[in-house]
Structures are given as structure tokens and as C-alpha cells.
Design a protein around this ligand. Structure first.
Ligand code: ADP
Ligand code: MG
Length: 258
């Protein structure tokens, strides 16, 4: 078992008495490295609140979040913020780039906040993998939405965190651009744990290995999706005949193939 993130009876309540809202209500989940997990549910079901708690951006009313072996809210505030900066990358719907500095400066910003030096070669690799090499000196407001979101993903990746948490990362993008951003996150999930909040069930059903559904702050279902329906020899692969590349039906081209 390679569990890296779990919650134990996690809850977050807002307000008091009649006005109390149980945004997250005794939720128990457990997610492993290499999983591409989706948290789905209607608007107001507690998805963002849960994601913020998972990343230690907000304190719970009760319960625990455990990352690796560490119960994160038992750390002192400054320890928790250092832990968060090193282990977790966040991606938000609204990109949250700093508009007064360029792409490169945005990407390395969290590393500077941690008083570390950027690993330039590593960041160049990320920028290249995200197709942003030409844009490294551009200002955020000159980029398309999809490019801005890829900068936000690069920023989330810059210090090689174990976990990426993304809150409706495609919510502000058209469907093609959203698809590219999801493909990017999916590729990353092979080496990390990626959790995406989405109200888009299609995405969850087509892409995620794991779907956690919330209603009124409670986990109402948790389904592991069997993404491996074909036997090994039936998996379609690219083949070459002279100068021609044969693409079998149902095969999805990866960035690498392109
Ligand atoms: P979702 O992301 O699924 O749309 P949220 O986690 O944002 O849901 O919200 C869950 C519930 O908690 C909603 O009823 C929302 O109004 C309430 N809520 C969220 N944040 C706050 C807050 N800061 N103060 C009071 N209520 C909040
Ligand atoms: Mg939300």
C-alpha cells in the first residue's frame, strides 16, 4: 500500500447555530501516488473546502489530514506553510498569476519564497514539456487562457512537489484548451498524486482513475475506475511501415507521439 494522502473524519463547519453550514462533514478518503483522482459534486457540495483542507490552506473544525506519515495540522503554522510549499502544488480555476512579472518569474516565485535557488535545468524541462519555451519572457496578460493555466501548472511543479491539487483547472477554458490542460495533468499524475476538483462528470468518467463524489460535504461514493480494460496484447500501439505511421482505431496520440 502506497497511500500518501488520507483524511480521518475530516470536517469544516462555517457559521453557528441555525446558520451553521457543514461544508465538509466527516469525510474519509485515501489516495495514493500515481492516482489521478477527481473530486466531483454539485456546486456547494464542499469540493473546494475539502481541497483546501487537503492542502493545508485552511484549518478543519475536526479530524485529520495525513500526508505520508505526517498529520499536517499537528504542525506549527510556520512548519505547515513550509511543508505545503515543498510538498504541494496548487492550481486554481483563475490561474492566480502575478501580472506584473513575466512567465519565468511567476514560475520560480514559490521557490524564492522558500529562500531556495531555482533548479534552472529542471524548470527549463517543465517549461519545455508544457510548451511554454517561447513564452518564458512574456507577461501573463499577453498569453491565452490555456497558456496562463499551463504557466500555473509549471509554477505548481517548480519545486517538484509530491502532490498537485487543482480546483476546477479547466473551468475558465474552452473545451479544447481544457482537454490539453487535463492531458498535461494526467501525464504528471504518473509520477505524482494529482487530485482535481471538477463539476464535469465527463472528465471524471473518461480520465480519472478514481472518482470521489461529494454531496452536502459528505463522500457519497468513491469509485476506482478500471482504466485497463484490454489485455496486454490487445493494447493498440503505433506501428511503422516505411514512411507511414499506422494509428490503430481508438488510439490516443500522446504529446510524445506528436
Ligand atoms: P463547491 O466547491 O463544491 O462549490 P464549497 O466548498 O465552495 O463548495 O462550499 C461548500 C459550502 O460551504 C457552501 O454551502 C458554501 O456556501 C459554504 N462556504 C464555503 N466557504 C465558506 C466561508 N468562507 N464562509 C461561509 N460559508 C462557506
Ligand atoms: Mg468550488
Amino acid at each position: 500500500m502506497n497511500t500518501i494522502l488520507q483524511t480521518k473524519d475530516l470536517c469544516k463547519y462555517y457559521g453557528k447555530g441555525d446558520n451553521e453550514v457543514k461544508a465538509v462533514n466527516h469525510t474519509n478518503i485515501s489516495v495514493e501516488k500515481g492516482e489521478f483522482a477527481a473530486i466531483v459534486g454539485k456546486s456547494g457540495s464542499g469540493k473546494s473546502t475539502l481541497l483546501h483542507l487537503l492542502g493545508g490552506l485552511d484549518y478543519p473544525t475536526c479530524g485529520e489530514v495525513i500526508i505520508g506519515t505526517q498529520s499536517i495540522f499537528s504542525m506549527k503554522e510556520n512548519e505547515l506553510s513550509a511543508f505545503r510549499r515543498r510538498k504541494i502544488g496548487f492550481v486554481f480555476q483563475s490561474f492566480n498569476l502575478v501580472t506584473s512579472i513575466n512567465v519565468w518569474e511567476n514560475i520560480v516565485l514559490p521557490i524564492g519564497l522558500d529562500h531556495k535557488k531555482a533548479d534552472v535545468a529542471f524548470i527549463e524541462d517543465i517549461i519545455c514539456a508544457l510548451g511554454l519555451t517561447e513564452k518564458r519572457n512574456s507577461m501573463p496578460n499577453t498569453l491565452s487562457g490555456g497558456q496562463q493555466q499551463r504557466v500555473a501548472i509549471a509554477r505548481a511543479m517548480a519545486n517538484d512537489p509530491a502532490i498537485i491539487l487543482a480546483d476546477e483547472p479547466t473551468g475558465a477554458l474552452d473545451s479544447n484548451t481544457g482537454r490539453q490542460v487535463l492531458d498535461t495533468l494526467k501525464r504528471l499524475s504518473k509520477k505524482k498524486l494529482v487530485i482535481i476538483v471538477s463539476h464535469d462528470r465527463d472528465f471524471a468518467e473518461n480520465d480519472a482513475d478514481r472518482i470521489i463524489e461529494l454531496a452536502d460535504g459528505r463522500g457519497i461514493s468513491d469509485v476506482e475506475v478500471d482504466t485497463c480494460t484490454d489485455t496486454e496484447e490487445d493494447v493498440p500501439v503505433l506501428s511503422y511501415e516505411g514512411e507511414t505511421i499506422q494509428v490503430p482505431a481508438g488510439y490516443h496520440l500522446t504529446e510524445e507521439d506528436r
